[in-house]
Design a protein around this ligand. Structure first.
Ligand SMILES: Cc1cc2nc3c(=O)[nH]c(=O)nc-3n(C[C@H](O)[C@H](O)[C@H](O)COP(=O)(O)OP(=O)(O)OC[C@H]3O[C@@H](n4cnc5c(N)ncnc54)[C@H](O)[C@@H]3O)c2cc1C
Length: 377
């Protein structure tokens, strides 16, 4: 006998968890299917935990702003500290990217976002760097860090208190439309629901294939490296936009990384040590003090970005397959967008209000349209 629900969510990362909560809060009976033995073990557990309002695309900035509001209210609404700390984000830009970036940050300021443009001398008061090729900096004082796995688990707990059910070790094997409902098979049980959402992150193209549609989302390995304890104090996440390297304090250490521009797609396993050499070199060139720090190779980790062709999320209904929805493809900014995306997508699914998410629709790729974001890290 199939278990029937109003909505089935495939994937119990932060995106599926936020959506489960927001659907259950609106009274929907929700099942969350997770392939792994526990929730929040995919990219959600591998994130660097950054959240920033500094995006060049106003829709991305708005998703962060709404998420930030939801995370700040977490203790009252969900009963848990989301770990949000306003440490700031500092972007350092070379001449090639500065005109477009500074213009985008001016637009955000005009909309009331807390974003500042800093001359390099001022930026150097925040962190020491070699200014070769740099022309300007931007700083977001409310940008910072939070704790994505805690948020995902808290959303799931709150969703379950509202009647949602979580099924672990339950990978979607097949999804098939039967008149008005979808029939979703897992090795243990079969589920039926008029609505279901593919929130399987880096694995979402596989899930789509099992439901008979194509999703242009590919996994890309991304590694995060750590220094040995170095007496670091709380400070901002710093992005050297030209090279792509970023770092931030993590306790007394520094956490750092960069997206490998030539990384082929695929589920490559293990920390990327070849790329590590290059990242460490780029870090030392821009931040000369970094070369005197010891490294803690054992603490490094890796995870997978889920990337679309324009590196922005794909959200909304699957064209031609009524009742099938997607929420995936966030590259390196899905943890911070999950609270707002879950809330808005739940409204779209149940009340038909797209809530500004239509720009991220799957159909954009068939129409040759793209979402442009200059701030992909
Ligand atoms: C190294 C790294 C650093 C990052 N840093 C940041 C950051 O600073 N800020 C930020 O906002 N974002 C960051 N991200 C991105 C962020 O982690 C992701 O965008 C976000 O976690 C995506 O959440 P998700 O729920 O979509 O995916 P996931 O957390 O990956 O969840 C997807 C779930 O689907 C499950 N699944 C897979 N196949 C099936 C199936 N067949 N059936 C059922 N379940 C299935 C998986 O087991 C998994 O639990 C980073 C990512 C990485 C890898």
């Amino acid at each position: 006998m199939a278990r029937t629900f109003d909505a089935v969510i495939v994937g119990a990362g932060i995106v599926g968890a936020s959506l489960a909560y927001h659907l259950a809060e609106r009274g929907a009976r929700v099942a969350v299917l997770e392939a792994a033995p526990a929730p929040a073990t995919g990219a959600t557990a591998k994130s660097a935990g950054g959240i920033r309002l500094q995006f060049s695309n106003p829709q991305n900035a708005a998703l962060s702003a709404e998420s930030l509001k939801l995370l700040k209210a977490f203790p009252e609404t969900i009963g848990v500290d989301a770990g949000y700390r306003p440490r700031g984000y500092l972007f350092l830009h070379p001449a090639s990217s500065w005109p477009a970036w500074s213009e985008a940050m001016r637009r955000l300021r005009a909309l009331g976002y807390p974003v500042e443009l800093l001359p390099l001398e001022k930026a150097r008061e925040v962190v020491a760097f070699d200014s070769e090729c740099l022309v300007g900096a931007s700083f977001g004082p409310e940008d910072g860090v939070f704790d994505p796995p805690t948020v995902a688990l808290a959303y799931l707990k709150a969703a379950r208190e509202k009647g949602a059910e979580l099924f672990t070790e339950s990978p979607l094997l097949k999804a098939k439309k039967r008149v008005e409902t979808w029939r979703i098979e897992t090795p243990k049980e079969t589920f039926e629901a008029p609505l279901w959402v593919n929130a399987a992150g880096a694995w979402s193209a596989r899930v789509a294939e099992r439901a008979g549609y194509r999703l242009p989302v590919e996994p890309y390995r991304r590694s995060v490296y750590l220094t040995a304890p170095a007496g670091a104090r709380p400070g901002p996440l710093v992005v050297d936009a030209g090279s792509g390297v970023y770092f931030r304090p993590e306790g007394p250490r520094y956490l750092f990384g960069a997206s490998h521009p030539d990384q082929p797609p695929g589920f490559f396993e293990g920390v990327d040590w070849e790329w590590f050499e290059e990242v460490a070199l780029l870090m030392s060139q821009r931040f000369p003090w970094f070369s005197s720090l010891g490294l803690d190779l054992k603490s490094a980790w890796w995870g997978y970005y889920a990337e679309t062709p324009d590196k922005n999320a794909v959200l909304g209904p699957v064209p031609g397959l009524s009742g099938a929805w997607v929420a995936t493809g966030f590259s390196g900014h899905g943890a911070q967008h999950a609270p707002a995306v879950g809330r808005r997508l739940a409204g779209w699914m149940l009340e038909g209000q797209e809530g500004g998410l239509a720009a991220f629709s799957l159909s954009r790729f068939d129409k040759g349209a793209r979402v442009f974001e200059a701030g992909i890290v």
